[in-house]
Design a protein around this ligand. Structure first.
Ligand code: ARG
Length: 462
């Protein structure tokens, strides 16, 4: 295996040692960022006169050629991406390639590439969050009148609307966008030029490379710059948080697409069949998102465990930061798109949802509210309605089927007109408190969401 070091070594390393230490395959995820970091470093070396401007240009041209050639042209029998690129550069430019690593170490180099990678990936994630929010907002508008059961304890609780339900997920995504933006800001500092741990005697210009790479500023302490991995932990946390909510949306789709609920038919394009049961339409993508969320959560724990024992200064342990990072961000990007796809192509079973709120006594609270509004203390009203529910059950009727005469039989103190509040449509229509599912409250909510959505990025809710 070709190496960038070895001058002091009499014997070559064992093959197992080489294999165990290799990160080249996973490193391919950020091969471009590594090149970009090197271009900035080479240009700065030329500008401050550590190498000549001509040498710097040769290095930059060579790095650009490597970029054009793509990762396929790189030697994979090496330790890592930094080695592969430097070896390629030597092939292309000869001895001058050896000057690129002046005033730099792989320790600041790898941290720079990882931060650039995170920067680029977060921009993609932010866009994908917006895409999903757009779909949620559309469902919010289209289905603001689509009555469905609302649940607590997974038991029918009160009627709500499908639009109201998905707007709840809209706000969750808003928080994720906000979190990802904060992460973008806090991670966007440059380690480049920190060298191995303690800076360099060469008159480098860290501000220049930081500016060229689009970082906010150079990290003020070289030891911190090479030892810190908190930005990756933050990224893993944000990724896990996003996955947790996508998993919850997925779980709802799995439940609702089954015959027991029958609230939604997922499109052929997003479901799979069974190799034995011809009638089946399986929500595999939703299940996999739910299943893979476990790994996204574990990725944070994995790196936190790596970091907790590390004294400052680069430690090879931190090579283990990148597989979780690539894995989590990959899952987040795919899952955001898949959830969006499933929701956009879903065939909502509006009738089924409407009929399923009938007969489930989920308007009992409305009757209690009605009595409370007329002056009965809510606790007393709750008791009275409890008796009405029992009276209906004894007679084998639902709340919607309750007539004035039966109501009078059960409790003559409840006025006959109270039965009007027992229809689910009425129940939803009356819940106009801020944030409620009533039509006016939903208009306010959707308008609020639209205004926030139209802004750049992810501003605070209010
Ligand atoms: N593959 C290494 C990593 O990901 C690159 C840095 C290696 N530095 C070193 N001093 N061995 O951390």
């Amino acid at each position: 295996m070709k190496k960038l070091w070895g001058g002091a070594f009499g014997e070559s390393t064992d093959e197992l040692v080489d294999r165990f230490g290799q990160s080249i395959r996973t490193d391919l995820n950020f091969w471009q960022e590594d090149i970009i970091g090197s271009v900035a470093h080479a240009r700065m070396l030329g500008e401050v006169g550590i190498i000549t401007k001509d040498e710097a240009q040769q290095l930059i041209d060579g790095l650009e050629k490597i970029h054009e050639g793509g990762p396929e042209a790189l030697n994979m029998d090496v330790e890592d991406i930094h080695t592969a690129i430097e070896i390629k550069l030597r092939e292309l430019c000869g001895d001058v390639a050896g000057k690129l690593h002046t005033a730099r170490s792989r320790n600041d180099q790898v941290a720079t590439a990882a931060r650039l990678y995170l920067h680029n990936e977060l921009l993609l994630v932010l866009d994908l969050i917006k895409d999903l929010q757009k779909t949620l907002l559309e469902i919010g508008q289209t289905h603001k009148g689509t009555i469905m059961p609302g649940y607590t304890h997974q038991q029918r609780a009160q009627p709500i609307t499908l639009g109201f339900h998905y707007m709840a997920h809209f706000w969750a995504l808003q928080r994720h966008g906000w979190r990802a933006e904060r992460l973008f800001e806090s991670a966007n500092y440059s380690p480049l030029g920190a060298a191995a741990l303690a800076g360099t005697g060469f008159p480098i210009n860290r501000q220049a490379t930081s500016d060229e790479l689009g970082f906010t500023a150079p990290i003020p302490n070289a030891l911190d710059a090479t030892s810190d991995r908190s930005y990756i932990l933050d990224a893993l946390h944000v990724s896990a948080m996003i996955m947790i909510d996508l998993s919850r949306i997925s779980q709802e789709l799995v439940l609702w697409s089954g015959r027991e609920f029958g609230f939604v038919k997922l499109a052929d394009s997003t479901t799979t069949g069974s190799s034995i049961m011809p009638q089946k339409r399986n929500p595999d993508m939703a299940e996999l998102i739910r299943g893979r969320t476990g790994r996204a959560i574990a990725n944070w724990v994995t790196l936190a465990t790596v970091m907790k024992g590390l004294p400052l200064g680069y430690n090879r342990d931190t090579q283990e930061d990148k597989p979780p990072l690539f894995d989590s961000l990959g899952k987040v990007k795919d899952s955001l798109q898949l959830v969006d796809m499933m929701l956009r192509t879903a065939d909502w079973q509006v009738e089924r949802m409407a009929t399923s709120v009938r007969g489930d006594f989920s308007t009992a609270t409305d009757l209690a509210d009605y009595l409370a509004a007329s002056g009965v203390p809510f606790r007393v009203a709750h008791e009275m309605v409890g008796k009405v529910v029992r009276g209906c059950e004894e007679r084998g009727i639902t709340l919607e089927e309750l007539t004035a005469s039966v109501l009078a039989e059960i409790d003559p103190e409840i006025p006959a007109e109270a039965i009007s509040v027992l229809q689910p449509e009425q129940s939803v229509a009356r819940r106009e408190s801020f944030g409620g599912p009533g039509p006016k409250a939903m208009d306010v909510q959707v308008a609020h969401a639209q205004a926030i959505f139209a802004e750049r990025g992810f501003p605070k809710i209010a």
